[in-house]
Design a protein around this ligand. Structure first.
Ligand code: 5AD
Ligand code: SF4
Length: 514
């Protein structure tokens, strides 16, 4: 069966070779759409060509299937997942479903899951357990599990054996098949499982219901080919594949025309953008250079890989305009030896050289990062190299994690002599430095005037508004609600560890913010 047939919604038979099936045979629970996820297959790269689908259409027979029904999607994990939720919400609405605020009054509940660390997975299994009583009270309710966890064999097998109140499991490459999967689930008593262990397609014109009308996410590429030794993402998200520039430019133009103020370009490794094109030599720098000309106040991108961050991109970002001076640049470790074991493909010195180039071109740049502590066999000296690198770069914020072994990745097979107590203590020491440096970076803002994109009421006080600066600093200030959605000037009066307080001094016309 080819991809076109699959996209037209035909059923996929269980084609899993018998030697690949897990020890226990779960076949009595499956629908015929079962395709086993296989981390081993997901690792293959380059065998399958990337297929582009210009259009996404829902066949007539599915239209209206959600009339009078409500859906609820709980999202875990990164912005990519948040954005996938926007696409699934778009498909639900196209089918006639209404969104719901609670699980209690929903007819379909989806958990869009994250597999990056064990605690993310534990949370999801907790939630799956909670939903059991709801399903028992209302057998007509459909419960689905999608996102990165569903790409893992062990997760699918665990749900099949222990959580039979789940009605559907589908993978990250199967989102566009939501109408067909829902229909199967309504018709069948067995669990519907559809997870393709494929390298991935690019499907354009999927419907989307975006959260809010101020900031928007735009996918520029999918997947990751880097295979850092700790990371599950290359297995759950498939191979690197870029959207065509004209599709992205058109989407950003459309968002600008609808009044959006900020765009975040998304990809697991956005600096590899365009590497998969065989007909044009076109990278992230070229794309940013074109997006710069679009009349939208702010454009960001995430996430970067230092290895692919090239000079042309730095040159383009240095032109500023709507390209903001904040770069999230995950370093993971400050030790060349650990970076090598992580297969990050750069050394401490190469990272510092990249930072030097970025700072030379954009002197007021704010750099933030991701760091993993307690990698297998990380020594005290290696950890201290991470602390010293953090200070040397002058990072202004960081997401910090204790290493979490992910089944199927090379690091999960490594022996580890670092006790959990030591890992926790290292995380605390790192966080002390992170907090100190954040407070240090924010101190400079006292009495300065910054431009804030006002997102809404502050989380803790509805009388206070909150928004972010171009350099991603959270600012709380008093102003009329009419400022929401606008870029305003705020004078900073008070500095905290993670945020700034201020007073609005004027609203800026969007056109002025160039
Ligand atoms: N354990 C801990 N942290 C991880 N990350 C990715 N995989 C793991 C893992 N197995 C972190 C990295 C990455 C961020 C999104 O999550 O720092 O940049
Ligand atoms: Fe994971 Fe990022 Fe490395 Fe890709 S580049 S393998 S997503 S950490």
């Amino acid at each position: 069966m080819n991809e076109e047939q699959r996209l037209q919604g035909q059923q996929v038979k269980d084609t899993t070779p018998s030697d690949k099936k897990s020890e226990k045979d779960y076949s009595k629970y499956f629908q015929s759409v079962y395709v086993a996820p296989s981390l081993k297959d997901a690792k293959k790269r380059g065998k399958e060509e990337i297929k582009y689908f210009k259009d996404f259409n829902i066949p007539e027979e599915y239209m209206g299937m959600g009339n009078g029904k409500k859906f609820y999607i709980r999202t875990y994990g990164c912005q990519m997942n948040e954005h996938d939720t926007e696409v699934m919400a778009g498909i639900f609405m196209a089918l006639g479903y209404e969104p719901s605020e609670t699980t209690e009054d929903s007819d379909v509940i989806l958990l869009n899951t994250c597999a990056i660390r064990e605690n993310a997975e534990n949370k999801v299994f907790g939630e799956i357990g909670h939903l059991k009583s709801l399903k028992q009270e209302r057998p007509d309710l459909l419960v689905g599990v999608c996102g990165c966890m569903s790409q893992e064999e062990s997760v699918v097998n665990r749900i099949l054996s222990k959580h039979q109140h789940v009605d559907m499991i589908f993978g990250t490459h199967n989102i566009h098949r939501l109408p067909q999967i829902l229909k199967e689930a309504y018709m069948s008593k067995a669990m519907v499982v559809e997870v393709w262990s494929k390298e991935g397609d690019v499907i354009e014109n999927l419907p989307k219901v975006r959260r809010g009308n101020i900031k928007a996410w735009v996918n520029i590429m999918y997947g990751c080919d880097k295979f850092c030794t700790y990371c599950i993402v290359p297995y759950t998200r498939g191979k690197e594949r870029s959207r065509r520039p004209d599709e992205i430019i058109q989407e950003v133009r459309m968002l600008a025309a609808h009044g959006y103020q900020e765009i975040t370009l998304l990809g697991q490794n956005v600096n590899a953008y365009g590497k998969d094109f065989d007909d044009i030599n076109y990278g992230l720098g070229d794309l940013m250079d074109e997006l710069r000309k679009i009349d939208i106040p702010r454009i960001r991108f995430t996430t970067s890989h230092p290895r692919d961050f090239d000079d042309h991109l730095i040159e383009v970002l240095a032109n500023k305009g709507n390209l903001v001076e904040h770069i999230h640049l995950p370093v993971q470790s400050g030790s060349t030896d650990v970076l090598k074991i992580m297969a990050r493909k750069y050394t401490r010195e190469q990272f510092l050289e990249l930072v030097r180039k970025i700072k030379a071109a954009i002197p007021d740049v704010a750099l933030t990062t991701d760091i993993i502590v307690g990698y297998p066999n990380e020594t005290e000296e290696q950890f201290e190299e991470t602390l010293s690198l953090y200070r040397e770069v002058g990072f202004e914020a960081a997401y910090t994690f204790i290493y979490s072994p992910r089944e199927g990745t090379p690091a999960a097979k490594m022996n580890d002599n670092v006790p959990m107590e030591v890992k926790k203590e290292r995380l605390q020491r790192l966080n002390t430095v992170v907090n100190e440096m954040s407070a240090e970076a924010l101190k400079k803002y006292k009495d300065r005037v910054v431009e804030v994109l006002v997102e809404g009421e502050s989380k803790n006080n509805p009388d206070v508004l909150a928004g972010y600066t171009r350099r991603s600093k959270l600012v709380n200030f008093k102003a009329p609600k009419t400022a929401i959605g606008k870029i305003v000037k705020v004078k900073i009066t008070d500095v905290k560890t993670w945020s700034l307080n201020g007073e609005m001094i004027e609203e800026l016309e969007t056109a002025e913010v160039k």
